[in-house]
Design a protein around this ligand. Structure first.
Ligand code: MN
Ligand code: MN
Length: 368
């Protein structure tokens, strides 16, 4: 792939214009974004060091050096053994770059304070600053390779919802349905889920972030599936809700309202629209139907290498939609004791308008 060096160059260029001494990227997701080197270092050290005008380098565990060198990074990779102090190696490599002054850019949300202290022993006087906004902004706009992975992730999410709906049976527990979905996916080679698969039934579905358990499916239940599959590091995130055996008038009204809000918000997604106003499109429909107090979360979130990324699709977001963004549209209505409905799609905003990446049918299904 040829696009990755561009990403590193973009960071280098940004450092040039922002008084950067160097950037220390430690979040494995950002390292993957910039290099396609996939590494979960656990407690071991992983660091990608980028400079405004020096050669970059990466320090990683010796056991992963081969994979790092085979990645799209294509620059210096330095390994360390478990009996070596990685910070001594980092210090020597940094010293060899002979930087003089400027800010050290970090990822404050994910970098452990212990590592900040270690860096401080090397550069006691250098000002520290955050590079997270730059990386979030870059990750926000997907290129064609990223989009291809996300399309496939969306297709697999559709498939997984279908597996879950097939697994619905009287008396079956939420946990058992999750096991069926993930077993079938794994048999086909898809074993990385974007987050813990959620199956919530009956009154449990009224908790937007509920925990699946041993509740057994009963007639008249809502059954809510929220899941995502990871393809080449990129996540999908879909929610579908069905009814088991029959649906009451109130359940039908809740469902109809939620679906209308989902469709209207997807349709309204256009370049330049204030993000908060897109939340408003869905919220108005739900509020007008009398369920405003039961739509207790934002419309959605950005999606990509992370299952939740920028932008936050909330009423308070004054940012605007731009071509290349991928985000979720997931209105929900949660009525205590009755149950909840959420309908979530992944939307890619193309130059020509919104394109959904998840396609599982949305009309109310009554499973018999
Ligand atoms: Mn979801
Ligand atoms: Mn979501």
């Amino acid at each position: 792939m040829t696009f990755l060096p561009d990403k590193i160059e973009k960071v280098e260029d940004w450092l040039k214009h922002h008084d950067g001494r160097f950037a220390y990227i430690a979040d494995p997701i950002n390292v993957y974004y910039l290099t396609h080197f996939k590494c979960d270092p656990h407690e071991r050290f992983l660091g990608l060091f980028l400079f405004p005008d020096r050669d970059p380098f990466m320090v990683c565990p010796e056991l992963e050096v081969g994979q790092a060198r085979a990645s799209s990074f294509g620059r210096e990779v330095i390994g360390y053994r478990d009996d070596q102090d990685p910070w001594a190696i980092v210090g020597a490599a940094l010293a060899s770059r002979k930087t003089v002054s400027g800010k050290i850019y970090l990822e404050p949300s994910t970098l452990p304070y212990k590592k900040v202290l270690a860096l401080k022993t090397l550069y006691n006087d250098a000002p520290l600053a955050s590079i997270e906004n730059l990386l979030a902004t870059m990750r926000n706009i997907k290129d064609k390779d990223e989009l291809a992975a996300m399309k496939k992730a969306g297709e697999m999410a559709d498939y997984a919802v279908g597996l879950g709906i097939e697994a619905i049976k009287k008396g079956r527990t939420e946990r058992a349905i999750i096991a069926e979905i993930e077993y079938e996916l794994a048999k086909h080679g898809y074993s990385e889920m974007a987050f813990d698969t959620m199956v919530l039934t009956g009154e449990n579905s009224a908790a937007p972030h509920g925990y699946p358990g041993t509740r057994q499916i009963k007639e008249g239940d809502f059954v809510l599936f929220d899941l995502g599959v990871v393809i080449d590091g990129y996540c999908s995130d879909i929610t579908r809700t069905v009814c088991y055996k029959y649906a009451s008038d109130e359940q039908r009204k809740i469902y109809r309202t939620c679906l209308q809000a989902n469709k209207a918000a997807i349709k309204a997604a256009q370049q330049g629209l204030r993000i908060g106003d897109l939340d408003g499109v869905a919220r108005k429909i739900i509020t007008d139907a009398g369920y405003g107090d039961y739509f207790t979360h934002r419309l959605g979130h950005g999606l990509g290498l992370g299952e939740h990324e920028e932008p936050s699709m909330s009423a308070a977001n004054d940012g605007t939609l731009a071509a290349g963004m991928v985000f979720t549209v997931e209105p929900g209505i949660y009525v205590p004791e009755v149950g909840g409905v959420r309908i979530e799609d992944d939307v890619y905003l193309s130059e020509d308008g919104p394109v959904t990446l998840t396609h599982y049918p949305k009309e109310l299904q009554i499973i018999s």
